[in-house]
Design a protein around this ligand. Structure first.
Ligand SMILES: *Cc1c(COP(=O)(O)O)cnc(C)c1O
Length: 412
C-alpha cells in the first residue's frame, strides 16, 4: 500500500487503503480482539505456501485468528489437553464430534442420563444416516461393557449426568472403552476442567478420555450471555481429524463472543467455588425439608454415585471436593405436579429458564417419564426440579426457597 508506486487519490480508496499503522508494543492484560473473515498475505507465494493445519500462521478467519487461538490454548490448559477447537454452542461441539467420528453402520453409546439434545441428535439425525445407538446404565460398568460391540465407534460419558445427577465410575468406564479400543468422549461441562482432570483421571498420566466437550456457555462464559462450545484432545491425529470436519462443516465462532469468554475465564475457578459452596449448603438444607423426598447432588452421601464423586473429585479444593452449582430436588410422591409447579412459580430470585453457570439462579421442573430408557427409571413419573445456583447470597436464596416451599406445600 505505502509502497504502491501510484498512490490512490480518491477518498473512498484512501479510507480502505490507509497508510497509518499503529505503533507496535502495545500491551494490556486483556488480549486484543481480532476480527476477520479475510486474512491478508504479504504476497502470492505466502498465500500458496499457507497450510491451514499449521497454527504458526493464519489462513482465513474461520480457521483461526490470534483471538480464537488464545482462547483455544487457555481451554486446552484448563482441561489438561493439548488441542482445542471452538464451536458456536456446546451442542455444535457435540454434533461436530459425531459427524467427524461416525460413519454409516457405526454405533454410538450414550449414558441413560446423557444431555438430552445429544440423545435427540443421535435419535433424530444420526439414525437417518445409518448410525445406530444404545443407551447404557451410567452406574453399571458391566452394562456398558456388554454393549460395546463390533460396530461401536464412540462412547459418550457424562459426570455428573443430566438432571438426575448420577455420578458414574468414570475410571472404570474409560478403562472398558480402552480395553475394546473404542473412542470415549466426555461431556465435561459439569466438571468444567476444575472438578477433575479428564485426560488424567488417575493423576499419573496413565488413563484419560480421548476427547472432552465443554459447553463454554456455562461456567467459562459465566454471564448467561454467550453460546459457545469446545472440543479438546491430547492426541494430535484425533485433533486433526476433528479439525478437518470442523473446517469442512464451516463451524466457527464470533470474535466478540470469544472476547467475552476470555474476559470471564480468569474468574471461573473463583465463581465455580462460590456456586459450589452455596449449592451444597442449600442442597443439604433442602434435603431436610418435609416436602422433599431426595436431593440429587453428587456430594450428598445418599445421591447415586456419591462414592465415585468422592473418589474422583473429593480431593479438590483442599479436601472439600468440587461439585459445580447444580442439583435436583425430588418432591415427595404425594405432591403432584401442580404443587411442584406452584413452588417453581413462587420463587422470586430463581428465574425459570434453561442453562446454568451465570450469576442468576435458575429453576426448571423436569418430567422424567419418557426421558430415561431404564437405568434411572425409579424416578419415572416424578417431577424433578433442577436448581442451578447463581452468585446471590446464600441466605437470600434460602429464604426464597423457604417461602416458596411454604406457599406450595404448606407445613407438610
Ligand atoms: C448446556 C449443555 C450443553 C450444550 O451447550 P449449549 O451451548 O447450550 O449448546 C451440553 N452439555 C451439557 C452437559 C450442558 O449442560
Amino acid at each position: 500500500m505505502s509502497q504502491n508506486p501510484v498512490p490512490p487519490a480518491d477518498i473512498a480508496t484512501r479510507l480502505v487503503h490507509h497508510d497509518y499503522v499503529a505503533p507496535g508494543g502495545f500491551s494490556a492484560p486483556q488480549p486484543a480482539v481480532h476480527k476477520a473473515s479475510t486474512v491478508l498475505f504479504p504476497d502470492v507465494a505466502a498465500l500458496r505456501a499457507r497450510n491451514w493445519k499449521d497454527r504458526g500462521g493464519y489462513t482465513y478467519g474461520l480457521h483461526g485468528t490470534p483471538t480464537t487461538f488464545t482462547l483455544e490454548e487457555r481451554l486446552a490448559t484448563l482441561e489438561g489437553a493439548r488441542h482445542c477447537l471452538l464451536a458456536p454452542s456446546g451442542l455444535a461441539a457435540i454434533s461436530t464430534v459425531a459427524l467427524s467420528l461416525l460413519r454409516q453402520g457405526d454405533e454410538v453409546l450414550l449414558p441413560d442420563n446423557a444431555y438430552g439434545p445429544n440423545l435427540a441428535l443421535v435419535q433424530e439425525e444420526l439414525a437417518h444416516w445409518g448410525i445406530s445407538h444404545q443407551r447404557f446404565d451410567p452406574l453399571d460398568v458391566e452394562d456398558l461393557r456388554s454393549r460395546l460391540g463390533e460396530r461401536t465407534r464412540l462412547v459418550w460419558l457424562e459426570a455428573a449426568g443430566s438432571v438426575t445427577m448420577e455420578f458414574p465410575d468414570l475410571v472404570s468406564q474409560v478403562r472398558a472403552c480402552r480395553e475394546r479400543g473404542v473412542l470415549c468422549a466426555l461431556d465435561n461441562t459439569w466438571g468444567a476442567g476444575l472438578a477433575f482432570a479428564p485426560f488424567d483421571l488417575l493423576g499419573d498420566g496413565s488413563l484419560g478420555v480421548d476427547l472432552s466437550v465443554h459447553a463454554l456457555t456455562k461456567y467459562p462464559s459465566g454471564g448467561g450471555d454467550v453460546l459457545m462450545g469446545s472440543i479438546t484432545t491430547r492426541d494430535e491425529a484425533l485433533h486433526l481429524r476433528l479439525k478437518g470436519t470442523h473446517m469442512r462443516l464451516g463451524v466457527g465462532v464470533g470474535a466478540n463472543d470469544v472476547e467475552a469468554v476470555l474476559r470471564s475465564l480468569p474468574s471461573m475457578a473463583l465463581r465455580y467455588r462460590a456456586h459450589d459452596r452455596t449449592a451444597r449448603e442449600l442442597a443439604r438444607w433442602l434435603a431436610a425439608q418435609p416436602a422433599v423426598a431426595q436431593v440429587l447432588h453428587p456430594a450428598l452421601p445418599d445421591s447415586p454415585g456419591h462414592a465415585h464423586w468422592k473418589a474422583l473429585c473429593g480431593a479438590a479444593a483442599g479436601g472439600e471436593g468440587a461439585a459445580a452449582g447444580l442439583f435436583s430436588v425430588v418432591f415427595d410422591a404425594r405432591h403432584g405436579r401442580e404443587r411442584v409447579d406452584a413452588f417453581c412459580n413462587r420463587l422470586q430470585l430463581f428465574g425459570i429458564g434453561y442453562s446454568w453457570g451465570g450469576p442468576m439462579s435458575l429453576v426448571v421442573p423436569y418430567d422424567l417419564s419418557g426421558m430415561r430408557a431404564g437405568a434411572t427409571s425409579h424416578l419415572a413419573g416424578r417431577t424433578v426440579v433442577r436448581l442451578c445456583i447463581g452468585l446471590e447470597d446464600v441466605e437470600d436464596l434460602r429464604a426464597d426457597l423457604q417461602q416458596a416451599l411454604e406457599h406450595a406445600f404448606g407445613a407438610s
